[in-house]
Ligand binder design. Structure first.
Ligand SMILES: Cc1cc2nc3c(=O)[nH]c(=O)nc-3n(C[C@H](O)[C@H](O)[C@H](O)COP(=O)(O)OP(=O)(O)OC[C@H]3O[C@@H](n4cnc5c(N)ncnc54)[C@H](O)[C@@H]3O)c2cc1C
Length: 387
C-alpha cells in the first residue's frame, strides 16, 4: 500500500520548503519530494537580497510580510537564515524620480521602513559611491541580505520537527487524479497518496503542471553572478539595486557580489549546463561596479557562478490553485522569490487550508492572467526587472 500524507510538496527549494513548513505548522502530515537535493535549484545560487522595494504592491506586501520573519528568524521559525542588515538603496535614473516617489509612498502605506533620499544623502550613507548620474534613491535602513541555503534548511528542519518527511534524489514523474481530484504522485522512489499536491518545482514547474493538463507559460532566466575582492579602502557598503547601471550589488564579508539586470539568458532548457558564466559578463560587471565605486578598480575577481529561475511573461510569480481539485502552484518567481519565501509559504498554506490567503491578497498572482492577456505591471513601473 502507498504511504499516505495530507499534502505532497514537489521541490525542496526555498518556496517548497516554506510551503512544507507552513503546512506542517498547521498540523498537516507533509511529504517533500526533491529530484536532486535541498536547494539544488535557483535557491542554491540565489544572491539572497532582502528588500521591499518593488513597483507593485503585492510583491512589496509579500516582501514586507517576509521581512518580519528574516529579522526575527530564530523566534519565528528557529535555526538560522543568515540575515545581515546592510541597508538597501534603490537607485533610479532622473526620469524615474516621480515613479520612485510614488512607489515609496505605496511602500509607506504598507508600513515599510523607507525614505526617498537625495544623491547628497546617499553620499553620507555610502561615501564611496559616485553619485553624479542620479538625483534620488529609495533607502531602506533595515534591509540587507540573507543566506538562501540556511533559510531553506531551517524551513525543512522545522517542518521535519513537525512530522514532515523529505525524500531527496526522488523525481516526481506522474500525478494521479481520480474523479477530478488529485490523489497522489508517482516518483522514482515509488507512489505516494495525498489529496493535496503543491507544485514548487522552480524551472520544472511547467512540466509538472502538464502532468495534470495545466499550462503555465514558464520560461527560464539564467543569471551570472560575480564576487569581487573589495579593496580595504572601499569599506563596507549597503546592498543596492542600481537601475541607472542595470546592476545590483551587495557586500559578502570582504567581497562584493555583483550581477546585472541586462543580457540575462532567457529560454535555456531547465536541465542545461550551469557551469560557465557568459564570457563577456565579468568585464561588464567589473566595469559597472567601478563606475559606481571608483576604488573598486583596485579590486580583483574572486569567483563566479550561474543560477537559473522560472520566468513568467510579466516577471511576477504564480500562486494559485489550478486544474484538478487539490493541485496548487507556487512558481515563476522570476529571479526575485527568495525574499518573498516566508510569506509565500504562509499564503499558500492559507489558500490550501482556508480557501484564500489572508496575510497578503495574492489573487492578482493568479495563473489565468496570462490567458486573459492581463499581465501585471506596476502603476509606476521601472520596466521589466530583467532586460
Ligand atoms: C543567480 C540567482 C540570484 C538570485 N538572487 C535573488 C535575490 O537576490 N533575492 C531574491 O529574492 N531572489 C533571488 N533569486 C530568485 C530566487 O532565488 C528564486 O526565486 C527562488 O530561489 C525560487 O525558489 P523555488 O523553490 O521556487 O525554486 P528552486 O530553488 O529552483 O527549487 C525547485 C526545486 O524543485 C526540484 N524539482 C524540479 N522538478 C522536480 C521533480 N519532477 N520532482 C521533484 N523535485 C523537482 C528542483 O530540483 C529544485 O530543487 C535569484 C535567483 C538566481 C538563480
Amino acid at each position: 500500500m502507498n504511504q499516505t500524507y495530507d499534502a505532497i510538496v514537489i521541490g525542496a527549494g526555498v518556496i517548497g520548503a516554506s510551503v512544507a513548513y507552513n503546512l506542517s505548522q498547521r498540523g498537516l502530515k507533509v511529504l517533500i519530494l526533491e529530484r536532486k537535493s535541498v536547494a539544488a535549484g535557483a535557491t542554491g545560487a540565489s544572491s539572497g537580497l532582502v528588500r521591499m522595494h518593488y513597483d507593485i504592491e503585492v510583491d512589496s506586501a509579500l516582501a514586507w510580510g517576509s521581512f518580519q520573519f528574516f529579522r526575527n528568524w530564530r523566534e519565528r521559525i528557529g535555526g538560522e537564515c543568515g540575515f545581515k542588515k546592510t541597508g538597501f538603496l534603490q537607485i533610479v535614473a532622473p526620469e524615474k524620480n516621480a515613479h520612485l516617489r510614488a512607489n515609496v509612498a505605496m511602500h509607506k502605506r504598507i508600513g515599510i521602513l523607507t525614505e526617498v533620499v537625495t544623491a547628497d544623502e546617499v553620499r553620507k550613507i555610502a561615501p564611496m559611491f559616485n553619485t553624479d548620474n542620479f538625483e534620488l534613491a529609495a533607502y531602506e535602513p533595515e534591509s540587507g541580505y540573507a543566506d538562501p541555503v540556511l533559510t531553506t534548511n531551517s524551513f525543512i528542519e522545522n517542518a521535519k520537527a513537525r512530522g514532515a518527511d523529505l525524500k531527496q534524489d526522488c523525481e516526481v514523474t506522474g500525478i494521479r487524479v481520480s474523479g477530478g481530484k488529485v490523489v497522489g504522485v508517482d516518483s522514482g522512489k515509488g507512489s505516494f497518496d495525498a489529496p493535496v499536491v503543491v507544485n514548487c518545482a522552480g524551472t520544472f514547474a511547467g512540466r509538472i503542471a502538464k502532468l495534470v493538463d495545466v499550462e503555465i507559460p514558464l520560461d527560464t532566466w539564467t543569471h551570472d553572478v560575480a564576487f569581487v575582492k573589495r579593496p580595504s579602502k572601499v569599506g563596507m557598503h549597503p546592498t543596492v539595486i542600481d537601475d541607472v547601471l542595470s546592476m545590483y550589488f551587495r557586500p559578502e564579508g570582504e567581497l562584493t557580489l555583483v550581477a546585472l539586470e541586462d543580457d540575462n539568458r532567457m529560454g535555456e532548457p531547465p536541465e542545461s549546463d550551469l557551469s560557465r558564466v557568459d564570457p563577456e559578463f565579468v568585464m561588464r560587471a567589473i566595469d559597472r561596479i567601478c563606475q559606481r565605486i571608483g576604488d573598486m578598480e583596485e579590486g580583483a575577481l574572486h569567483s563566479t557562478h550561474v543560477g537559473r529561475d522560472g520566468l513568467t511573461p510579466d516577471q511576477r510569480a504564480v500562486m494559485d490553485k489550478a486544474g484538478p481539485d487539490g493541485f496548487y502552484v507556487a512558481c515563476g518567481f522570476s529571479g526575485t522569490g527568495f525574499k518573498l519565501s516566508p510569506a509565500v509559504g504562509v499564503c499558500m498554506s492559507e489558500l490550501i487550508l482556508d480557501g484564500r490567503a489572508k496575510l497578503v491578497d495574492i489573487s492578482s498572482l493568479n495563473l489565468d492572467r496570462f490567458a486573459r492577456g492581463e499581465l501585471l505591471r506596476g502603476e509606476h513601473s521601472y520596466g521589466d526587472i530583467w532586460k
